[in-house]
Write a protein that binds this ligand. Structure first.
Ligand code: PLP
Length: 433
């Protein structure tokens, strides 16, 4: 007799495997492949010596070892919460108290990804609306889909999210009576994953003004995902969107140690409006009653000794070279094909290339197959998009990551990508000029 059916929850049914799994599998299977797909960080520059020193120091001190190997608290190590708060406020040139912020507004999580998920549990009911940039961080789309949330999108330009379009969308939703369902505006505002674009300085205060203006019956929050803020290679840091939320009511600022330090420590931190701290911690209590305590103690030591700050400086130099290699390779290899455009980011890990409309870049497309045959892998841009109202999905873009490969491999990878494009430059049926 076949076993009785095994029903799973609505949440589990809405949750599917990440579209990137196929590409990770390909990377593993294909020998000699240059992967410009992985969003991983550069392994050869992990802070190994610094972490060794921190752990050795801790384990040599019985009292410190006992504390670090014990359970921590749900909200996270107080000293580390204080330090990360000060670091964000220093970058913004503000005093925490002037923005109604203290260490009690900070929550440490298992990567910032856990906070992205927790906020969904705290804030959303199925049918709620979240507004994202188009394209956006595709893993977050997965969280939203799990929650049964409807994703609406706003286009981007060189200055990040187009705020005129955002205002237009909010006005339309107000007119149609749907504003009540809008819970959150999500922005990856520094060197966005996947485009590398950043929100322009003059748009930052306006974004907060828009959230305030349209918070008529309930508060519309902004989720500022600043995962890549510390990885700037050229230009001046921009103030966070959070800086313009001086009453600490509208903006959730979340970021991570994964990119500027080590993802194996899997620690993220978030500055929350006061009313959200308890609901988030209560749910986090259900998840794990505290993220990895040892990681938090290691990071606390790295920050206290200045090793973390020095490491970030070193990393900036390493990634700057890689960014330069990729941008230069794009300029050289695609010089003869002006219809292709790409971003030249000031930081982060990604270059976003846009091909003419007839070039499909998604799974099963000629380009992806040819790229694999040439020995290079990218992330199809369509993963960062959601279908529009007519079910159409943009699929003429690629995310190219310069995080993992060495500059010589990056150059070779872009050369291979260009070779993969040969013969596809003009739409089928048209002669090459
Ligand atoms: C934009 C963005 N946000 C959040 C995360 C989550 O990172 P973690 O959970 O390692 O902190 C990532 C990871 O790639 C990311 O790209």
């Amino acid at each position: 007799m076949p076993p009785a059916p095994l029903p799973v929850s609505d949440t589990a049914r809405r949750t599917t495997d990440s579209p990137i799994s196929y590409f990770i599998q390909k990377a593993i299977e294909t020998k000699g492949l240059i992967s410009l797909a992985a969003g991983l960080v550069d392994e050869s520059h992990f802070p190994t010596a610094e972490v060794t020193e921190a752990v050795t120091g801790m384990m040599a001190d019985p009292a410190a070892a006992r504390v670090a190997l014990q359970y921590g608290s749900t909200q996270g190590l107080p000293e580390l919460r204080e330090r990360v708060l000060n670091r964000v406020c220093e970058a913004d040139g503000v005093r925490p108290a002037d923005h109604r912020l203290s260490a009690s507004n900070v929550v440490l999580t298992t990567g910032s990804q856990q906070m992205l998920y927790l906020l969904g549990e705290v804030l959303f009911n199925p049918g709620d609306i979240v507004i994202c940039e188009a394209p956006s961080y595709f893993v977050y789309h997965g969280v939203l889909t799990s929650n049964g949330v409807k994703v609406l999108t706003v286009p981007m330009d060189d200055g990040g999210m187009d705020l005129d379009a955002l205002e237009g969308l909010l006005t339309k939703l107000d007119r149609t009576g749907e504003l009540d369902r809008v819970r959150l505006i999500y922005t990856v505002d520094y060197f966005q994953n996947p485009t590398g674009l950043s929100l322009a300085a003059d748009r930052r205060p306006r974004l907060v003004e828009l959230a305030r203006k349209f918070s008529k019956k309930h508060r519309i929050l902004i989720l500022e995902d600043a995962a890549y803020r510390e990885l700037r290679y050229t230009g001046e840091d921009r103030p966070s969107v959070k800086k313009f939320d001086d009453t600490n009511e509208y903006v959730i600022y979340t970021t991570t140690f994964s990119k500027p330090c080590a993802p194996g420590l899997k620690t993220g931190y978030t500055l929350l409006p006061s009313e959200l701290v308890s609901p988030v911690c209560h749910l986090k209590g259900n998840h794990d009653f505290g993220s990895n305590n040892l990681s938090q103690h290691i990071l606390n030591r790295l920050m206290a000794s200045g090793a973390y700050q020095r490491h970030v400086e070193t990393l900036r130099g390493v990634y700057r070279n890689k960014r330069d290699a990729m941008v230069q390779a794009m300029r050289t290899e695609f010089a003869d094909w002006p219809a292709v455009r790409w971003t030249e980011p000031d930081g982060g890990m990604y270059v976003w290339a846009t091909f003419p409309d007839h070039i499909r870049t998604g799974p099963g497309s000629p380009l992806v197959e040819r790229a694999l045959a040439e020995g290079v892998l990218y992330v199809p841009g369509e993963f960062g998009h959601v279908p529009d109202e007519d079910g159409n999905l943009r699929s003429n873009e690629t995310r190219l990551s310069f995080g993992v490969c060495e500059p010589v491999q990056i150059l070779e990878g872009i050369r291979r990508l260009r070779r993969a494009c040969r013969g596809l430059e003009t739409p089928a049926g048209k002669k090459v000029a």
